[in-house]
Design a protein around this ligand. Structure first.
Ligand SMILES: Nc1ncnc2c1ncn2[C@@H]1O[C@H](COP(=O)(O)OP(=O)(O)OP(=O)(O)O)[C@@H](O)[C@H]1O
Ligand SMILES: [Mg+2]
Length: 356
């Protein structure tokens, strides 16, 4: 197993370093007090020693400060195996606001967890098909997809594809056909629970075939609260809400929370908001800091300590049919998503599993 010790002197190539106040990086500083999982004894001590050996940059040089933070994170994260949850965790990534980072968060967390030794399935439940693009899976019109599962009742097993770049990462594509599903579903029986049934059958089939269980299922939602999102809330046991650190960030959140409460009351008692991730965070601006502080005040237990910075690499990755985790693994954005994935994985060991 690689401990990535070879990277200790490696200066990251990155065009994403902040040019303003070095305090911006504090939101996402590495957390070295965390317990080690799945590595031989001594490896973590070795990592800690290497991390300690990275020289501190002075506050006057934000570029050097960011490089030092990234170097420490790389040493701490690369090659690390994340703990398996007791049961499959099914996480729905939702926010009816458009463009807040739902898809980016879904695919990058999924890739981060899979790269760290877990089995992960992403269900693209958005007719835009953006998650399918980033995962590099086929989703041209006519490709067997989530549409056939939801509308025709096809088994999920018949539409799952293996992602080409990350072993252990699987995807269910969405094609343009899905844009009609919102209306077609209205007249179908059990229209709210179709995805849940399909996933339950798929997970049972895997178990019956003696295949390794899926550790994480992520469901990417469209920016609306229609039947596709309702299906995603019924299949999910947890909701992850990405919040973009911009003005209006919290507007509409109460409607989302009300919808989740309704689903919980009528269709899925297990559902809860487990995770909030602050995305496109630019700590140089007072606004981002204020939004982050407000979100943390409202959701102290749910908001991840890691924030995802604005990053050119993150936005470039999908055009190469990749996640940033494989496109530029040493970039600030990839390291942030890997660290967020670790927080999520380690939270599972601290509370009762929520899946099946
Ligand atoms: N951290 C980031 N840094 C820079 N660009 C980002 C970041 N996160 C997301 N983006 C870009 O912002 C845009 C919106 O992100 P994304 O598609 O993930 O949002 P979404 O919530 O899924 O959108 P939609 O509501 O349309 O489904 C995309 O172009 C994406 O590449
Ligand atoms: Mg999206």
């Amino acid at each position: 197993m690689s401990t990535s010790t070879e990277h200790v002197d490696d200066v990251p190539r990155d065009d994403e370093v902040p040019t303003g106040d070095p305090a911006v990086s504090r939101e996402t500083e590495p957390r070295l007090e965390w317990a080690q999982d799945g590595l031989p004894a001594g490896v973590d001590a070795h990592r800690a020693a290497l991390v300690a050996a990275v020289p501190d940059a002075d506050e006057e040089t934000p570029l050097a400060a960011q490089l030092a933070i990234d170097a420490r994170r790389r040493i701490d994260l690369q090659g690390r195996r994340f703990p398996k949850p007791e049961r499959t965790r099914v996480i729905t990534v939702a926010n009816q606001k458009g463009g807040v980072g739902k898809t980016t968060t879904t695919v990058n967390l999924a890739a981060g967890l899979a790269q760290s030794g877990l089995k992960v399935l992403v269900i693209d439940n958005d007719p835009q098909g953006n998650a399918s693009t980033a995962l590099g899976i086929e989703h041209r019109a006519g490709t067997p997809s989530i549409y056939e599962v939801l509308v025709d009742g096809d088994p999920l097993d018949s539409v799952v594809q293996e992602c080409p770049d990350v072993p252990g990462l699987y995807g269910v594509p969405a094609t343009i056909d899905l844009s009609g599903a919102e209306i077609e579903l209205v007249s179908l029986v059990s229209r709210e629970t179709r995805l849940r049934r399909a996933l339950d059958v798929y997970l049972d089939q895997r178990a019956a075939r003696g295949e390794e269980p899926i550790d994480y299922v992520f469901v990417d939602c469209p920016p609306s609260l229609g039947l596709l999102t309702v299906n995603a809330f019924v299949v999910g046991r947890e909701v992850l809400i990405p919040i973009q650190c911009e003005y209006y960030a919290l507007e509409g959140l109460s409607q989302l929370l009300k919808t989740i409460d309704l689903i919980k009351a009528h269709l899925n008692r297990e559902l809860r908001v487990s995770t909030i991730l602050l995305t496109m965070y630019d700590g140089r601006t007072n606004l981002a800091q204020q939004v982050a502080a407000e979100v943390r005040q409202h959701f102290p237990g749910e908001t991840l300590r890691t924030t995802v910075p604005r990053s050119v690499r993150i936005s470039e990755a999908p055009s190469h049919a990749q996640t940033v985790i494989t496109y530029d693994p040493s970039s600030t954005g990839a390291l942030a998503y890997l660290e967020a994935a670790r927080e999520i994985a380690e939270a599972a060991t601290q509370r009762t599993g929520t899946g099946r």
